[in-house]
Design a protein around this ligand. Structure first.
Ligand SMILES: NC(=O)c1ccc[n+]([C@@H]2O[C@H](COP(=O)([O-])OP(=O)(O)OC[C@H]3O[C@@H](n4cnc5c(N)ncnc54)[C@H](OP(=O)(O)O)[C@@H]3O)[C@@H](O)[C@H]2O)c1
Length: 264
């Protein structure tokens, strides 16, 4: 049985991947992974019987182990694993410790765990596509644990690419900058460091470019010009400038955010 697995499939970018791959030839099932069962069931209503909702909270070891058992039972051939689940910090004070850790646990640990669990079922010519972020290019005060989680995901993806090369498995890491999705909508009581999102793009554009470049075997995908610019600035500029850039170009409300005493 050939399957495509997408984590965060009900989200802005994840759903666009599903739309683009839904008519992929030779696929028997699409396993849509996320934590909210209702949202996954809606995908089944929208995209039909090949959709298999798999409820997994990536922050929970017991859910990850349950998913590993599910794989053992079904023994699928995974043609694409797309790790797109993600979350961000809440821009508030007194956020609970589990919620603060959710960013690292979801974006990094959970998606890496999905790679470990799925790799035994991925064969030659098939793909892993990890969605990291342009936040992976530098430390990002005001989006700090998010940037750390994405940096880990980017490095893990590049290392994994080399580890899996001789097995013919393609690993690609997509690094979008701002994308207009639910992730970037803020609650009224959040003190956000960024109100206008420079170079913001759409989820369908990110998914399209990421898939196209993954099929071409690229290591890293830069979905927009801003990602290219960020990547080269942070590679070439001295550290003090990068820190200034992060606080003043990547954020337009940094002063109020810092004065509020929030840490991310
Ligand atoms: N939006 C941006 O500006 C931007 C920029 C660069 C990179 N990205 C990355 O792109 C990916 C997709 O983001 P998006 O913008 O499409 O966000 P989104 O619309 O908020 O979608 C995020 C998805 O992740 C799922 N998710 C969150 N926590 C989870 C958990 N613990 N276990 C399982 N699933 C979980 C959500 O499921 P539930 O709805 O059930 O919680 C949702 O389906 C993320 O990795 C994000 O970091 C986004």
């Amino acid at each position: 049985m050939n399957v495509i697995i997408i984590t965060g499939a009900a989200g802005g970018i994840g759903k666009e991947f599903l739309k683009l791959l839904k008519d992929e030839p030779g696929i028997d099932e699409f396993w849509v992974v996320g934590r909210t069962e209702g949202k996954l069931l809606k995908l089944k209503e929208e995209f039909g019987d090949k959709i298999v909702p798999v409820t997994v909270d990536l922050t929970k070891d017991e859910d990850l182990l349950g998913f590993q058992d599910y794989l053992k039972e079904k023994n699928p051939t995974i043609k694409w694993l797309i790790n797109c689940a993600g979350t961000r910090a809440l821009y508030k004070k007194d956020v609970s410790l589990p919620r603060m850790l959710a960013t690292i646990r979801t974006n990094c640990v959970g998606n890496i765990a999905m790679c470990y669990a799925c790799i035994p079922y991925i064969g030659r010519g098939d793909h892993i596509l990890n969605v990291a972020s342009a936040a992976a290019f530098q430390p990002l005060p005001s989006n700090n644990s998010y940037a750390a989680s994405k940096t880990a995901m980017k490095f893990f993806s590049l290392g994994l690419r080399t580890e899996l090369k001789s097995r013919g498995i393609q690993v690609t890491c997509s690094c979008p900058a701002w994308v207009s999705t639910e992730l970037m909508t803020f609650e009224p009581d959040e003190i956000v460091p960024i109100k206008k999102l420079p170079g913001v793009t759409t989820a369908d554009r990110v998914a399209k470019k990421s898939l196209r470049q993954a099929r071409r075997g690229k290591a890293i995908v830069f979905p927009t010009l801003k990602c290219h610019v960020d990547y080269y600035i942070t590679k070439l500029a001295p550290h003090f400038f990068i820190q200034w850039y992060a606080a003043h170009v990547e954020a337009d409300n940094f002063k109020e955010f810092i004065e509020s005493g929030i840490i991310t």
